[in-house]
Write a protein that binds this ligand. Structure first.
Ligand code: HEM
Length: 469
């Protein structure tokens, strides 16, 4: 007796869309999960959607080939057309995932890599530049750290993607950052189009789509110049950026059909944008949340700073120190738990009909791994709204892994940059706390709810950086 999962009322055309809070959809879905269970389904406009909130089910469902597609969404498909890696499917996705995996390892952005020290150097250059930039502003500065952080995390991504980074004042860089920010906002605005594609005839939605597509074309123009620049360099076996990696791979396969299928210009541009975007927005947002939770919880910050003092002393914190700093790992993990940067997860799509237990999951379903519900489950995490890094520590004070913690998701499409992200988060997170005491002026007035776009972003909030030495 196989049937569709239970779920909320489906109205004609819109389905359950009208009941979903557009600003905080993760909260509505989490509420529904309590009512309908850990596997529930509904129509969101024209897209049949199944939401999963049990990490074991998410793991088993996402380890199947049949769920390796992306959700059938109008906006992302309309803009990306299946190119790149994040939105690609089938053979192209398989090939490019392997290629990106190997490239990240070559750049030193992997757990095991000969070039890991070079990557650590690149990250540390940017950590130091960030710290010095803030110190130059004065002994005590009260600022929203978004822009300086975005410059330095962005510079790391620029180096590994384009082999080039720009100064803070550079016009092209500022243009690229604005376009990125605007694009992310607009994809939020265009959200309803995903589910009600007929809205594209309404001028506001049409304008938004046109803006997104023209923004994409403009960045592709810039990429052409950056690719030309890299072509002028001699590309050796010791390549360290994605432009060079792609050119080398293309050359290797020049007599095969892969060139047209996987190594064409469109794929090149979309892939560069994908790695830049996937790497920057998520890591930056996590660090912003981290600084905010540290600033509003000075008691935890002091413990971490003390551990750094004892284990590292006054020199900079390095990657080889991390295993002796469980409070660092725990406070970063706790940040990723309490504010999932992708609260709805990154949805998948189904290629064919399949089953989850007694439930039928039709072909072309969107599957939402609801990270928010996993990370805020009170049965697993007592007082889930409290920021408490100790949840991730054993009685002996060691960092413990937790199967109910899935910020990078699991299975065949799991984030491919998780190790790289942790390298950045640990090095920025520890060295900032070592160098500054962070506080806010009025804790009660700090709004920690966040704004939901593609990622869940903190609202603008100033933090007091007090220089410690
Ligand atoms: C804190 C930082 C990050 C978080 C929370 C994060 C999270 C995620 C999540 C949830 C997914 C979706 C996985 C799935 O569909 O099952 C994903 C995919 C991906 N991430 Fe990350 N990510 C982060 C950093 C990075 C970095 C630094 C890079 C690389 C430069 C990266 C590259 C990618 C790519 C290429 C994909 C697409 C994989 C695919 O579709 O096969 N991510 N990430």
């Amino acid at each position: 007796n196989v049937h569709l999962p239970p779920g909320p009322l489906n109205l004609p055309v819109v389905g359950s869309l009208l009941y979903l809070d557009p600003k905080q959809p993760h909260l509505t879905l989490t509420k529904w999960a309590k009512k309908y269970g850990p596997v529930f389904g509904m129509n969101l406009g024209s897209v049949y959607t199944v939401v999963l909130t049990d990490p074991k089910t998410i793991k088993s469902v996402f380890s199947k080939d049949v769920t390796t597609c992306r959700a059938p969404l109008y906006v992302t498909h309309g803009i990306m057309k299946g190119y790149g890696i994040v939105c690609s499917e089938g053979d192209l996705w398989k090939d490019q995932r392997k290629f990106i995996y190997n490239s990240l390892r070559q750049f030193g952005a992997a757990k095991i890599s000969e070039n890991k020290e070079k990557m650590e150097e690149l990250i540390m250059e940017n950590v130091l530049d960030f710290i010095n930039h803030i110190k130059e502003m004065g002994l005590e500065v009260y600022i929203e750290p978004l822009e300086p952080l975005r410059h330095n995390i962005g510079s790391i991504m620029n180096q590994i993607v384009f082999g080039h980074s720009w100064s803070r004042e550079d016009e092209t860089w500022n243009w690229l950052q604005n376009l990125q920010e605007e694009g992310i906002k607009l994809i939020g605005v265009a959200g309803p189009l995903n589910f009600l594609p007929f809205l594209r005839y309404i001028p506001m939605f049409k304008r938004t789509m046109d803006f997104l597509i023209s923004g994409k074309l403009k960045t592709h123009k810039l990429y052409q110049d950056l690719i030309k620049k890299q072509c002028e360099n001699i590309i050796s076996e010791d390549y360290n950026n994605l432009i060079q990696a792609f050119i080398i791979e293309k050359e290797k396969r020049k007599d095969t059909k892969d060139i047209e299928k996987f190594y064409n210009d469109q794929q090149f541009y979309h892939l560069l944008a994908d790695i830049f975007g996937a790497g920057l927005d998520t890591t930056l947002t996590t660090l912003r949340w981290y600084l905010l939770f540290m600033a509003t919880n000075p008691q935890h910050q002091d413990i971490l700073r003390q551990q750094i003092e004892e284990e590292v002393g006054n020199r900079l914190v390095k990657l080889s120190d991390i295993h002796s700093l469980p409070w660092l790992e725990a406070s970063i993990a706790e940040t990723q738990r309490i504010r999932s940067v992708v609260p709805l997860g990154i949805p998948h799509g189904t290629q064919e009909e399949f089953k989850i237990g007694k439930y039928k999951i039709p072909k072309q379903t969107m599957i939402v791994p609801l990270q928010w519900a996993v990370h805020m489950n009170e049965e697993v995490y007592e007082n889930p709204n409290e920021f408490n890094p100790k949840r991730f520590l054993s009685k002996q004070g060691q960092f413990i892994k937790n199967p109910n913690f899935i910020p990078f998701q699991t299975g065949k499409r799991m984030c491919i940059g998780d190790e790289f992200a942790r390298m950045i988060l640990y090095l920025f997170g520890s060295n900032i706390i070592q160098n500054f005491r962070l506080t806010v002026k009025d804790k009660e007035s700090v709004d920690l709810t966040g704004e939901c776009g593609i990622t869940l972003n903190p609202k603008h909030q100033k933090i007091l950086f007090q220089k410690l030495f």
